[in-house]
Design a binder for this molecule. Structure first.
Ligand code: NAP
Ligand code: G4F
Length: 334
């Protein structure tokens, strides 16, 4: 059988890096869209530099989701079997400061991909990175595929557009286009501005005497947190089905930011109350108070279910940041 080709937007992000590893293990040729910057910055995929056999099957292309001509040209040239659209301005807080850019990348960017597929490569299977943020101010708990959307940020509004345009291209043009409605998933590769990583990095820095205080916002918000490495397996599974469809991917548990904080600091041997201060700058104009997903359809149809527990995720992230900060501290001593 010919080697399959996968195209990934957002390859330098948390999920993009795990998905790349998974697809290379499955013998895909992987093409990744990397944003043009003044300095090459792709530390999450640096790993591949050490694996020459994988490196020969990884191809980076420079461009942007907001550039429809670039997306058309890329799809026309590559004719990918699968396209995973993971690229987006993904910070909810930042989406209030940059609503247009957020909607251009997360919303219109999705349409650019679908149009390019419709015109140049209609057999390409398309994965859209939809989000639990679309449920926003939730109208039922747990949230499942049929739960109405009620978005609370420009980011969530853009993702609602991305979701519906994906569904529309599936119905109107018979494109194999599926939405993964993923609840929060984190890992040692999570961006440093998201709350879990901000907490685990702070715990490691405080432990090494490199930080005194941790400034946070709403500690009462509740999220359904899973392990990113497992969530990218669900993305792949979605595109291996006979028919395109939409799936919630979640753990089915919800925990507050304070619970994550207590667990991480106590695992690091610290009393969080001595270090944490509340800073109003970390609050959002509108908040999603609580989400909790029902992934029973994914379990039934895809055979996917989460394995890593909340406590295990906390430990994985704290251990990784302890190692990272220890190495940084050693380097400084040299
Ligand atoms: P992430 O770490 O923030 O990665 C986002 C990626 O998108 C980065 O590679 C970024 O490039 C790229 N990007 C941003 N704007 C772009 C543009 N205009 N054109 C091309 N690429 C662009 O996000 P993640 O956690 O891996 O999440 C992956 C996707 O799933 C995102 O769409 C996110 O909104 C969605 N999602 C995430 C979660 C979660 O809990 N992690 C849950 C549901 C949905 P740079 O490296 O250059 O910044
Ligand atoms: O870690 P967060 O920034 O993630 P959030 O807002 O849930 O969004 C992430 O997950 C979504 C999936 O549901 C993705 F679609 C999205 O792209 C992103 O990956 O914030 C989690 C909670 C919020 O309620 C926030 O108000 O933590 C609260 N929080 C409290 N203090 C904080 C802070 N969040 C951040 N980022 N920084 C704080 O200091």
């Amino acid at each position: 059988m010919a080697t399959k080709k996968a195209l990934i937007s957002g390859i330098t992000g948390q999920d993009g890096s795990y998905l790349t590893e998974l697809l290379l293990e499955k013998n895909y040729d992987v093409f990744g869209i990397v944003r043009v910057k003044s300095k090459f910055d792709a530390e999450r995929i640096e790993y591949f530099k050490k694996t020459p056999s994988a490196l020969s099957r990884l191809h980076l292309i420079y461009g942007d989701l907001t550039d429809s001509e670039f997306i058309k040209k890329t799809i026309k040239e590559i004719q990918p079997d699968e396209f995973y659209n993971l690229g987006a301005q993904s910070s909810i807080k930042e989406s209030f400061n940059s609503p247009e850019y957020t909607c251009d990348s997360a919303g219109m960017g999705t349409l650019h991909c679908l149009e390019a597929i419709r015109i140049h490569s209609p057999r390409t299977r398309f994965y859209q990175a939809s989000s639990s943020e679309m449920f926003g101010k939730v109208t039922e708990t747990p949230q499942k595929e049929t739960t109405p959307f009620n978005p609370r940020s420009p980011y969530a509004c853009a993702k609602v557009f991305g979701y519906w345009i994906t569904k529309n291209y599936r119905e109107a043009f018979h494109i194999f286009a599926s939405n993964g409605i993923l609840f929060n998933h984190d890992s040692p590769r999570r961006g440093e501005n998201f709350v879990t990583r901000k907490i685990t990095l702070a715990a490691a820095r405080i432990k090494h005497g490199l930080q005194d205080k941790l400034y946070l916002g709403n500690l009462d918000a509740k999220r359904d947190w899973g392990y990113a490495k497992e969530y990218v397996e669900a993305m792949w599974m979605l595109l291996q089905q006979k028919e395109p469809d939409d799936f919630v991917i979640a753990t089915g548990e919800t925990h507050s930011v304070q619970e994550f904080l207590e667990s991480a600091f106590s695992y690091a041997g610290l009393d969080w109350k001595k270090y944490v201060e509340i800073d109003s700058n970390n609050f959002r104009p509108t908040e999603v108070d609580m989400v909790m997903g029902d992934a029973s359809k994914a379990k039934r149809v895809l055979g996917w279910e989460p394995k890593t527990t909340f406590k295990e995720l906390v430990k994985i992230m704290v251990d990784a940041d302890m190692r990272l900060i220890e190495a940084e501290a050693q380097d400084k001593k040299k």
